[in-house]
Design a protein around this ligand. Sequence first.
Ligand code: PBG
Length: 303
Amino acid sequence: MVEFRLGTRGSPLALTQARMVRAALCTAHGWAEDAVELVVIRTTGDRVQDRALAEIGGKALWTKELDRALLAGEIDAAVHSMKDVETVRPTAIRIAAMLPRADVRDRLIGAESLDDLTPGAVVGTSSPRRRAQLLAVRPDLRIVLLRGNVETRLAKLAAGEVDATLLAAAGLDRLGRGEVGHALATDAMLPAPAQGAVGIEVRADDDAAHARVGAIDDAATHACVAAERALLAALKADCHSPVAALAALAGETLVLRGELLAEDGSARIEGFVEGVATDDLGAALAADLLARAPEAVRRLFAA
Ligand SMILES: NCc1[nH]cc(CCC(=O)O)c1CC(=O)O
């Protein structure tokens, strides 16, 4: 008997993550696997493959159709890569849980390290953050747009369309491609806010779904990702902004690192704050970074 309907995108990574959520729910509640039905929903981001996502209009590319299904009662919860979830969500929807976070790092594929990329190498990415971070250390690189799901990007690399690319370790690992590429230390390449985290959203008024999903929440991941998202929110930025952030918990203390970049990598402002995990940390770090950013960078944010 179906106890719970879980909405997900249909990409191989999304499906893998949805299956992980299903397994966690079944374990937590003693359900058989068929108690959780996976409902595949196609999003704008899945449909439009030929343009930079930032161009399509940015917001809600991966969430709008799942939001609609959730609010219409067609699904009880929606699974997302938290990295792709806007900071401002409909008030009728809330994040009920996050799975334990995976490897947060980016992997470089096509060279052993950033230093090993040949002069003028062509690196494919559709992420303004990765583009800016690459150019900050290697202004000689040619950064070109590379889109598609993880397997598509790897195929384009294999076909010689680009010399190298960067992908999240989390996605590669979850797809069983853990052998691909070389992980970059977070000091060299701070990840995107919420990278490696899978979140589950429910309707704000659905207390039953909230309780069921809340049972699988990883509190440490949730606190760290909330802090990273608070920084992004305070900057009025989104996943198409040249912003990196990573939080870590040491006991009760949360350390939030962040980075703003000029789109061409010509400026890079880094900082960190620490304290009790609240939204104030993100706001404090945003204010500090903006205060130290040159006008050309500040203009990109908090507009
Ligand atoms: N923006 C696409 C996206 N959203 C989540 C992941 C990977 C999994 C994750 O970071 O949680 C990816 C691909 C990538 O950046 O390599």
